[in-house]
Design a binder for this molecule. Structure first.
Ligand SMILES: [Cu+2]
Length: 197
């Protein structure tokens, strides 16, 4: 935003009432055109509004379960997760894996991180990361997670980066966002295949 140039005296309370001060609407149109560009770029990778979901099943002898939904949006894919049965106040690696196969008791059947671009593993905010890299999830005092993230490198339904037919995996340990290619997140404690919904 650049409205700092305008009548500062008239806008002394600008930090609080920015919208009121910038009555010209300049700041609003500037930011919306920026988002619009991102939107156009991302929309080509998926059908806007398309949805998919995965039901997480316990793996590796845990009671961890949950539901993960994906919806194509202009800036990426909006992922929402609701997970139960984690140890209280713990942090867990959380990724989309390449194979939609959760049949193994340890979920190793889901393969590695979903990585259609052949990138190194990293945090999804870093320039280079697997398309399936998501942020760690943190369980509350009751062992539950409710979180949403906008995933910039995935799509729903079309293109090489579509989540459909992949798997969502919850790990025992936190992802360090560095160790290649796994993030050193430990065993797989829940897994769900992603299907169109
Ligand atoms: Cu993983």
């Amino acid at each position: 935003m650049k409205p700092v140039l305008i009548p500062l005296a008239a806008c002394v309370a600008a930090t609080v009432v920015l919208a009121g001060c910038a009555g010209s609407g300049k700041s609003a149109s500037a930011s919306s055109s920026a988002t619009g560009a991102t939107a156009a770029a991302a929309a080509s990778a998926g059908t806007s509004g398309a949805r998919a979901a995965a039901q997480l099943q316990p793996k590796s002898g845990t009671n961890t379960a949950g539901t993960v939904t994906f919806q194509q949006q202009p800036g990426g894919v909006l992922m929402t997760a609701s997970i139960t049965g984690l140890p209280p106040n713990t942090v867990h690696g959380f990724h989309v894996h390449e194979k939609g196969d959760c049949s193994a008791p340890d979920a190793m059947s889901a393969g590695g991180h979903f990585n259609p671009g052949g990138k190194p593993h990293g945090q999804m905010t870093m320039p280079e990361h697997h398309a399936g890299d998501m942020n760690n999830v943190t369980a509350d005092a009751n062992g539950n997670v409710r979180v949403s993230m906008l995933l910039p490198s995935l799509s729903v339904g079309t293109g090489a980066n579509s989540v459909i037919g992949r798997a969502v995996v919850v790990h025992k340990d936190p992802d360090d966002y560095k160790t290649q290619p796994t993030g050193n997140a430990g065993g797989r404690i829940a897994c769900g295949v992603v299907a169109a919904s």
